[in-house]
Ligand binder design. Structure first.
Ligand code: XIL
Length: 365
Protein backbone atom coordinates (compact mmCIF):
# COMPACT_ATOMS: atom_id res chain seq x y z
CA UNK A 1 0.00 0.00 0.00
CA UNK A 2 1.24 3.43 -0.92
CA UNK A 3 1.20 6.10 1.69
CA UNK A 4 -0.36 9.27 0.41
CA UNK A 5 2.42 11.61 1.47
CA UNK A 6 0.40 14.75 1.04
CA UNK A 7 -2.49 13.44 3.12
CA UNK A 8 0.02 12.28 5.75
CA UNK A 9 1.59 15.74 5.73
CA UNK A 10 -1.81 17.37 6.13
CA UNK A 11 -2.63 15.09 9.00
CA UNK A 12 0.50 16.28 10.76
CA UNK A 13 -0.05 19.92 9.97
CA UNK A 14 -3.71 20.10 10.82
CA UNK A 15 -3.37 19.64 14.59
CA UNK A 16 -0.41 22.02 14.61
CA UNK A 17 -2.39 24.64 12.75
CA UNK A 18 -4.75 25.03 15.72
CA UNK A 19 -1.82 25.81 18.03
CA UNK A 20 -1.53 29.51 17.20
CA UNK A 21 -5.23 29.82 17.93
CA UNK A 22 -4.70 28.13 21.30
CA UNK A 23 -1.69 30.31 21.99
CA UNK A 24 -3.65 33.46 21.31
CA UNK A 25 -6.41 32.23 23.62
CA UNK A 26 -3.77 32.30 26.37
CA UNK A 27 -3.77 35.75 27.97
CA UNK A 28 -0.95 38.03 26.94
CA UNK A 29 1.81 38.61 29.48
CA UNK A 30 1.77 42.10 30.97
CA UNK A 31 5.56 42.11 31.28
CA UNK A 32 5.83 41.69 27.51
CA UNK A 33 3.44 44.57 26.86
CA UNK A 34 4.74 47.33 29.14
CA UNK A 35 7.15 49.93 27.76
CA UNK A 36 10.82 48.95 27.69
CA UNK A 37 12.41 49.58 31.05
CA UNK A 38 9.16 49.52 33.03
CA UNK A 39 8.68 47.11 35.85
CA UNK A 40 5.25 45.57 36.24
CA UNK A 41 4.98 43.99 39.66
CA UNK A 42 2.78 42.23 42.15
CA UNK A 43 2.72 41.78 45.92
CA UNK A 44 3.24 38.19 47.04
CA UNK A 45 1.91 36.62 50.20
CA UNK A 46 3.96 33.95 51.94
CA UNK A 47 2.03 31.04 50.39
CA UNK A 48 3.15 32.39 47.07
CA UNK A 49 6.79 33.21 47.83
CA UNK A 50 7.11 29.81 49.55
CA UNK A 51 5.76 28.16 46.39
CA UNK A 52 2.74 26.47 48.01
CA UNK A 53 0.22 28.36 45.89
CA UNK A 54 1.30 26.77 42.61
CA UNK A 55 -1.37 28.37 40.44
CA UNK A 56 -0.41 31.83 41.61
CA UNK A 57 3.29 31.06 41.19
CA UNK A 58 2.65 30.09 37.57
CA UNK A 59 0.62 33.22 36.94
CA UNK A 60 3.15 35.54 38.59
CA UNK A 61 6.07 33.93 36.75
CA UNK A 62 4.32 34.38 33.43
CA UNK A 63 2.95 37.89 33.91
CA UNK A 64 5.26 39.97 36.10
CA UNK A 65 8.88 41.08 36.28
CA UNK A 66 8.89 42.57 39.80
CA UNK A 67 7.70 41.44 43.22
CA UNK A 68 7.03 43.10 46.57
CA UNK A 69 6.50 41.09 49.77
CA UNK A 70 3.04 41.80 51.17
CA UNK A 71 4.22 41.41 54.79
CA UNK A 72 7.49 39.48 55.05
CA UNK A 73 9.94 42.37 55.15
CA UNK A 74 8.02 44.53 57.59
CA UNK A 75 9.68 45.22 60.94
CA UNK A 76 7.48 42.81 62.91
CA UNK A 77 8.19 39.96 60.49
CA UNK A 78 11.95 40.49 60.44
CA UNK A 79 12.75 41.46 64.04
CA UNK A 80 9.83 40.62 66.33
CA UNK A 81 12.08 40.70 69.41
CA UNK A 82 15.18 42.85 69.93
CA UNK A 83 18.05 41.30 68.00
CA UNK A 84 16.03 38.19 67.03
CA UNK A 85 16.08 38.52 63.26
CA UNK A 86 14.23 35.93 61.19
CA UNK A 87 15.27 35.45 57.60
CA UNK A 88 14.09 32.01 56.44
CA UNK A 89 10.94 32.97 54.56
CA UNK A 90 12.55 36.29 53.64
CA UNK A 91 15.43 34.48 51.94
CA UNK A 92 12.93 32.34 50.01
CA UNK A 93 11.09 35.47 48.87
CA UNK A 94 14.30 37.03 47.56
CA UNK A 95 15.30 33.74 45.87
CA UNK A 96 11.85 33.53 44.24
CA UNK A 97 12.48 36.77 42.41
CA UNK A 98 16.18 36.26 41.70
CA UNK A 99 15.55 32.76 40.25
CA UNK A 100 13.09 34.28 37.80
CA UNK A 101 15.16 37.31 36.89
CA UNK A 102 12.66 39.65 38.54
CA UNK A 103 13.30 42.96 40.28
CA UNK A 104 12.96 42.22 44.01
CA UNK A 105 11.53 45.09 46.04
CA UNK A 106 11.96 45.63 49.78
CA UNK A 107 8.93 46.83 51.75
CA UNK A 108 9.33 48.51 54.23
CA UNK A 109 11.98 49.76 56.69
CA UNK A 110 10.41 52.52 58.78
CA UNK A 111 6.66 52.63 59.36
CA UNK A 112 4.30 53.30 62.27
CA UNK A 113 2.38 50.08 61.57
CA UNK A 114 3.35 46.39 61.80
CA UNK A 115 6.26 47.38 64.01
CA UNK A 116 6.63 45.76 67.45
CA UNK A 117 6.13 48.04 70.46
CA UNK A 118 9.60 47.29 71.87
CA UNK A 119 11.15 49.34 69.07
CA UNK A 120 9.84 52.58 70.58
CA UNK A 121 9.72 51.64 74.26
CA UNK A 122 12.06 52.69 77.04
CA UNK A 123 12.74 50.33 79.93
CA UNK A 124 10.28 52.25 82.15
CA UNK A 125 7.49 51.71 79.65
CA UNK A 126 7.57 55.24 78.19
CA UNK A 127 8.96 56.38 74.89
CA UNK A 128 12.61 55.56 74.18
CA UNK A 129 14.96 58.53 73.85
CA UNK A 130 16.33 59.75 70.54
CA UNK A 131 19.70 58.02 70.77
CA UNK A 132 18.17 54.67 71.71
CA UNK A 133 15.54 54.78 68.99
CA UNK A 134 18.07 55.88 66.37
CA UNK A 135 20.32 53.01 67.34
CA UNK A 136 17.43 50.53 66.95
CA UNK A 137 16.58 52.01 63.58
CA UNK A 138 20.20 51.84 62.46
CA UNK A 139 20.63 48.25 63.59
CA UNK A 140 17.43 47.15 61.86
CA UNK A 141 18.21 48.86 58.57
CA UNK A 142 21.87 47.88 58.53
CA UNK A 143 21.11 44.22 59.22
CA UNK A 144 18.17 43.88 56.84
CA UNK A 145 19.38 45.98 53.91
CA UNK A 146 22.90 44.64 54.38
CA UNK A 147 21.75 41.03 54.18
CA UNK A 148 20.18 41.56 50.75
CA UNK A 149 22.80 43.98 49.45
CA UNK A 150 23.00 43.69 45.68
CA UNK A 151 19.92 41.44 45.57
CA UNK A 152 17.08 43.77 46.51
CA UNK A 153 16.66 46.39 43.79
CA UNK A 154 15.06 49.09 45.90
CA UNK A 155 13.53 49.78 49.31
CA UNK A 156 10.48 51.63 50.55
CA UNK A 157 12.64 53.31 53.19
CA UNK A 158 9.90 55.28 54.90
CA UNK A 159 6.23 54.40 54.54
CA UNK A 160 3.23 56.64 55.28
CA UNK A 161 4.94 59.47 57.17
CA UNK A 162 2.19 61.97 56.32
CA UNK A 163 -1.26 62.94 57.53
CA UNK A 164 -3.89 63.61 54.89
CA UNK A 165 -3.38 67.37 55.36
CA UNK A 166 0.29 67.07 54.45
CA UNK A 167 1.71 67.55 57.94
CA UNK A 168 4.00 64.90 59.42
CA UNK A 169 2.18 62.04 61.08
CA UNK A 170 2.55 61.74 64.83
CA UNK A 171 4.36 58.43 64.46
CA UNK A 172 6.25 57.02 67.45
CA UNK A 173 9.38 57.26 65.30
CA UNK A 174 8.84 61.01 65.00
CA UNK A 175 7.95 61.45 68.65
CA UNK A 176 11.10 59.65 69.75
CA UNK A 177 13.61 60.93 67.21
CA UNK A 178 12.19 64.15 65.81
CA UNK A 179 11.30 65.20 62.27
CA UNK A 180 14.67 64.11 60.95
CA UNK A 181 13.83 60.44 61.56
CA UNK A 182 12.99 60.32 57.85
CA UNK A 183 16.38 61.66 56.80
CA UNK A 184 18.12 59.29 59.22
CA UNK A 185 16.33 56.28 57.73
CA UNK A 186 17.49 57.25 54.24
CA UNK A 187 21.02 57.84 55.52
CA UNK A 188 21.23 54.40 57.16
CA UNK A 189 19.75 52.68 54.10
CA UNK A 190 22.24 54.35 51.79
CA UNK A 191 25.12 53.26 54.02
CA UNK A 192 23.86 49.67 54.14
CA UNK A 193 23.58 49.30 50.35
CA UNK A 194 24.87 52.25 48.33
CA UNK A 195 23.58 50.78 45.07
CA UNK A 196 19.99 50.05 46.18
CA UNK A 197 17.27 52.44 45.02
CA UNK A 198 15.52 54.24 47.87
CA UNK A 199 11.89 55.30 47.85
CA UNK A 200 9.44 57.37 49.85
CA UNK A 201 6.04 55.60 49.79
CA UNK A 202 2.59 56.86 50.81
CA UNK A 203 -1.13 56.73 49.95
CA UNK A 204 -3.70 59.36 49.00
CA UNK A 205 -1.07 61.37 47.14
CA UNK A 206 -3.36 61.41 44.11
CA UNK A 207 -6.57 62.09 46.02
CA UNK A 208 -5.22 64.78 48.38
CA UNK A 209 -3.21 67.66 46.87
CA UNK A 210 -2.13 68.83 50.36
CA UNK A 211 -0.72 65.40 51.13
CA UNK A 212 1.06 65.33 47.79
CA UNK A 213 2.61 68.70 48.68
CA UNK A 214 3.79 67.14 51.93
CA UNK A 215 5.45 64.28 50.05
CA UNK A 216 7.19 66.79 47.81
CA UNK A 217 8.45 68.65 50.91
CA UNK A 218 9.89 65.40 52.27
CA UNK A 219 11.65 64.70 48.99
CA UNK A 220 13.08 68.21 48.75
CA UNK A 221 14.35 68.01 52.31
CA UNK A 222 16.13 64.74 51.51
CA UNK A 223 17.60 66.26 48.37
CA UNK A 224 18.78 69.36 50.26
CA UNK A 225 20.54 67.12 52.74
CA UNK A 226 22.33 65.41 49.86
CA UNK A 227 20.72 62.05 50.60
CA UNK A 228 19.88 59.44 47.99
CA UNK A 229 16.22 59.18 47.05
CA UNK A 230 15.19 57.67 43.72
CA UNK A 231 11.43 57.60 43.53
CA UNK A 232 8.15 58.50 45.18
CA UNK A 233 5.67 55.68 45.46
CA UNK A 234 1.96 56.47 45.33
CA UNK A 235 0.45 53.33 46.77
CA UNK A 236 -2.54 53.49 44.44
CA UNK A 237 -5.24 52.15 46.76
CA UNK A 238 -7.93 53.70 44.63
CA UNK A 239 -11.70 53.66 44.07
CA UNK A 240 -13.84 53.98 40.95
CA UNK A 241 -14.80 57.53 41.94
CA UNK A 242 -11.38 58.75 42.93
CA UNK A 243 -8.75 59.61 41.99
CA UNK A 244 -9.91 60.64 38.53
CA UNK A 245 -7.58 60.19 35.55
CA UNK A 246 -7.00 63.96 35.62
CA UNK A 247 -5.92 63.77 39.28
CA UNK A 248 -3.57 60.87 38.53
CA UNK A 249 -2.14 62.85 35.64
CA UNK A 250 -1.57 65.93 37.79
CA UNK A 251 -0.03 63.81 40.56
CA UNK A 252 2.55 62.21 38.30
CA UNK A 253 3.43 65.60 36.81
CA UNK A 254 3.96 67.19 40.24
CA UNK A 255 5.91 64.29 41.73
CA UNK A 256 8.08 64.02 38.66
CA UNK A 257 8.94 67.73 38.87
CA UNK A 258 11.10 66.92 41.92
CA UNK A 259 13.41 65.09 39.54
CA UNK A 260 12.47 61.72 41.00
CA UNK A 261 10.89 58.77 39.28
CA UNK A 262 7.30 57.89 40.11
CA UNK A 263 6.04 54.44 41.04
CA UNK A 264 2.55 53.11 41.59
CA UNK A 265 3.43 50.65 44.30
CA UNK A 266 0.28 48.99 45.67
CA UNK A 267 -2.38 49.30 43.01
CA UNK A 268 -5.91 48.00 43.62
CA UNK A 269 -9.41 49.41 43.16
CA UNK A 270 -11.73 49.00 46.14
CA UNK A 271 -15.29 48.37 44.93
CA UNK A 272 -16.95 48.15 48.33
CA UNK A 273 -18.57 50.90 50.39
CA UNK A 274 -16.98 51.93 53.68
CA UNK A 275 -17.09 49.03 56.13
CA UNK A 276 -19.21 49.01 59.25
CA UNK A 277 -17.80 48.52 62.78
CA UNK A 278 -14.92 46.06 63.10
CA UNK A 279 -15.47 42.69 64.71
CA UNK A 280 -19.09 42.45 63.59
CA UNK A 281 -20.37 40.53 60.57
CA UNK A 282 -20.75 42.95 57.65
CA UNK A 283 -24.21 44.38 56.94
CA UNK A 284 -25.44 43.05 53.56
CA UNK A 285 -25.49 46.54 52.04
CA UNK A 286 -21.79 46.94 52.79
CA UNK A 287 -21.03 43.60 51.10
CA UNK A 288 -23.01 43.70 47.86
CA UNK A 289 -20.88 41.46 45.60
CA UNK A 290 -20.85 38.21 47.56
CA UNK A 291 -22.27 36.32 44.57
CA UNK A 292 -20.00 37.92 42.01
CA UNK A 293 -19.52 41.25 40.33
CA UNK A 294 -22.43 42.54 38.23
CA UNK A 295 -21.51 43.09 34.60
CA UNK A 296 -21.84 46.89 34.76
CA UNK A 297 -19.42 47.13 37.70
CA UNK A 298 -17.09 44.66 36.00
CA UNK A 299 -17.01 46.95 32.97
CA UNK A 300 -16.62 50.08 35.11
CA UNK A 301 -13.58 48.47 36.75
CA UNK A 302 -12.14 47.60 33.34
CA UNK A 303 -12.62 51.19 32.19
CA UNK A 304 -11.07 52.60 35.35
CA UNK A 305 -7.94 50.47 34.96
CA UNK A 306 -7.73 51.31 31.25
CA UNK A 307 -7.97 55.04 31.98
CA UNK A 308 -5.32 54.78 34.70
CA UNK A 309 -2.92 52.90 32.44
CA UNK A 310 -3.49 55.43 29.65
CA UNK A 311 -2.30 58.12 32.07
CA UNK A 312 0.67 55.98 33.14
CA UNK A 313 1.65 55.57 29.49
CA UNK A 314 1.37 59.28 28.89
CA UNK A 315 4.07 59.57 31.59
CA UNK A 316 6.03 56.55 30.45
CA UNK A 317 9.35 58.31 31.07
CA UNK A 318 8.45 59.37 34.60
CA UNK A 319 7.09 56.01 35.71
CA UNK A 320 9.43 53.13 36.36
CA UNK A 321 7.16 50.59 38.06
CA UNK A 322 3.50 49.71 38.53
CA UNK A 323 2.84 47.05 41.17
CA UNK A 324 -0.54 45.44 41.98
CA UNK A 325 -1.26 44.75 45.64
CA UNK A 326 -2.08 41.07 45.32
CA UNK A 327 -2.36 38.45 42.59
CA UNK A 328 -6.08 37.72 42.44
CA UNK A 329 -9.26 39.00 44.08
CA UNK A 330 -9.20 36.19 46.64
CA UNK A 331 -5.72 37.23 47.76
CA UNK A 332 -6.52 40.90 48.32
CA UNK A 333 -6.17 42.58 51.72
CA UNK A 334 -9.33 44.53 50.79
CA UNK A 335 -11.61 41.55 51.48
CA UNK A 336 -11.22 41.64 55.28
CA UNK A 337 -14.35 39.59 55.96
CA UNK A 338 -16.17 40.82 52.86
CA UNK A 339 -15.99 39.91 49.17
CA UNK A 340 -14.08 42.48 47.15
CA UNK A 341 -13.03 42.38 43.50
CA UNK A 342 -10.17 44.89 43.23
CA UNK A 343 -7.61 43.18 40.94
CA UNK A 344 -7.15 41.85 37.39
CA UNK A 345 -7.67 38.15 38.17
CA UNK A 346 -10.77 36.71 39.83
CA UNK A 347 -11.03 34.16 42.62
CA UNK A 348 -10.65 31.31 40.14
CA UNK A 349 -7.42 32.96 38.94
CA UNK A 350 -9.09 33.73 35.62
CA UNK A 351 -8.33 37.06 33.92
CA UNK A 352 -11.17 39.58 34.28
CA UNK A 353 -12.30 42.12 31.68
CA UNK A 354 -10.02 44.58 33.53
CA UNK A 355 -7.05 42.41 32.56
CA UNK A 356 -8.04 42.50 28.90
CA UNK A 357 -8.56 46.26 29.01
CA UNK A 358 -5.13 46.88 30.56
CA UNK A 359 -3.50 44.55 28.03
CA UNK A 360 -5.36 46.32 25.26
CA UNK A 361 -4.23 49.79 26.38
CA UNK A 362 -0.65 48.57 26.65
CA UNK A 363 -0.86 47.06 23.17
CA UNK A 364 -2.56 49.91 21.37
CA UNK A 365 -1.35 53.11 23.05
C1 XIL B 1 -1.26 45.29 54.17
C2 XIL B 1 -1.23 43.81 53.81
O1 XIL B 1 -1.71 43.66 52.51
C3 XIL B 1 -2.06 43.03 54.80
O2 XIL B 1 -1.90 41.64 54.59
C4 XIL B 1 -1.67 43.37 56.24
O3 XIL B 1 -2.55 42.73 57.12
C5 XIL B 1 -1.70 44.87 56.46
O4 XIL B 1 -0.89 45.51 55.51
N1 XIL B 1 -0.15 50.08 52.83
C6 XIL B 1 1.02 49.38 52.84
C7 XIL B 1 0.98 47.89 52.89
O5 XIL B 1 2.10 49.96 52.73
O6 XIL B 1 2.06 47.35 53.59
C8 XIL B 1 -0.31 47.39 53.46
O7 XIL B 1 -0.33 45.96 53.33
C9 XIL B 1 -1.47 48.02 52.77
C10 XIL B 1 -1.47 49.52 52.96
Amino acid sequence: MEIDRRAFGRALVAPLAVLPALASAQPAALKALVPKGWLIGVALNQNQSDGRDAVAVELVTRQFNAITPENLLKFQSVQPQPGAFTFDAQDRYVAFGRDRGMAVIGHTLVWHSQTPAWVWASSDGGLADRATMLERMRTHITTLVGRYKGRIRGWDVVNEALNDDGTLRDSPWRRGIGDDYIAKAFEFARQADPSAELYYNDYNLATRPEKRAGAIRIVKDLQQRGLRVDAVGEQGHWRLESPTPAAIDQTITELRATGLKVMITELDVNLLPTAGPRGQPPAPETNPYVNGLPEDVQQALARYYADAFRVFLKHRDAITRVTFWGVSDGDSWLNRGRVNHPLLWDRQRQPKPAFASVANVLTTT
